[in-house]
Design a binder for this molecule. Structure first.
Ligand code: SAH
Length: 263
């Protein structure tokens, strides 16, 4: 029996896979990739003769069936996931049938689209004395939100929100955030196909107008929504600089006698 690797492909740019992930692909007997965004990554790094399939039209059962079948004939099978496998990737639903079939599994992390979107727009998700917290969530669609996790409740923290799987629900984003006390004019960032060469779109707007802006740009899929009090800080007239670079600040490498430091 071979081993099945769940590999984070990153957000789309084939160069954003980890070195470890690329190495596993290069030695794979079979690769099952998840949709168009990571097709290029699979094709670019796969060895010749490797069996490659897209899981786009497969049920979860068909996916695990495919992985089990290929693990019977190949030493190494790769399940290539977008971004990082631990986020909205059905990792556990796939791992359990493999466990039941006594197939060994491994997971390689990937660059999540939340990070790729921030990078594309040169934004920081945390900023000293503005927010030190990032919430990764989604708007309730067909998948209901567990108790206590409505967007309105989460938005009351006034920290950074990275919203996955929600680009068609921008109206709900607006009403939930406004109900939580955010201003209609609060900045919003939408990045479509973050990191994807030639196809990435960066759309900036406010809670009030982001839906219209996305419609105008025909963006209604594969998009990350970031709402944060840090957005645009690169152009603020003044900034509270990070204490990490303050000469009086002590941390692990520059600990001052008698202080506890940080990190
Ligand atoms: N595991 C993935 C998320 C899979 S869920 C990750 O870590 O990124 C799919 C959602 O991820 C999409 O609805 C979209 O919100 C986001 N997404 C994935 N790739 C993206 C990309 N290249 N650009 C923007 N958003 C992306």
């Amino acid at each position: 029996m071979g081993k099945v690797w769940f590999v984070g492909a990153g957000p789309g740019d084939p160069d954003l896979i980890t070195v470890k992930g690329r190495g596993l692909i290069a030695g794979a007997g079979a690769i099952l990739y998840a949709g168009s965004l990571v097709a290029e990554t699979a094709l670019r790094w796969a060895p010749s003769g490797c069996e490659i399939a897209d899981s786009k039209d497969m049920t979860l059962e068909a996916i695990t069936g495919w992985l089990i079948e290929k693990a019977r004939v190949h030493d190494r099978v790769v399940r290539l996931q977008t971004g990082d496998p631990s986020l909205y990737g059905a990792l556990i639903e796939m791992a359990r049938p493999l466990d039941a079939a006594a197939i060994e599994i491994g997971v390689v992390p990937g660059v999540s689209s939340a990070m790729a979107a921030a990078a594309a727009a040169v934004e920081s998700l945390t900023l000293p004395e503005v927010t030190q917290t990032v919430i990764i969530t989604r708007v309730a669609g067909r998948t209901p939100m567990p108790e206590g996790e409505t967007l309105e409740a989460l938005a009351r923290h006034r920290c950074t929100l990275c919203l996955f799987l929600s680009i068609r629900l921008l109206r709900k984003v607006r009403s939930a955030l406004c109900a939580a006390g955010w201003q209609e004019q609060a900045p919003v960032l939408v990045v479509h196909k973050a990191s994807w060469p030639g196809e990435e779109k960066i759309i900036r707007g406010t809670l009030a107008d982001i839906e219209a802006r996305c419609r105008a740009e025909q963006v209604d899929s594969q998009a990350m929504i970031i709402v944060s009090p840090t957005l645009g800080a690169r152009h603020w007239p003044s900034l509270q600089t990070s204490k990490l670079y303050d000469p009086d600040f002590t941390h692990r490498f520059r600990r001052r006698v008698g202080s506890e430091g940080e990190g």
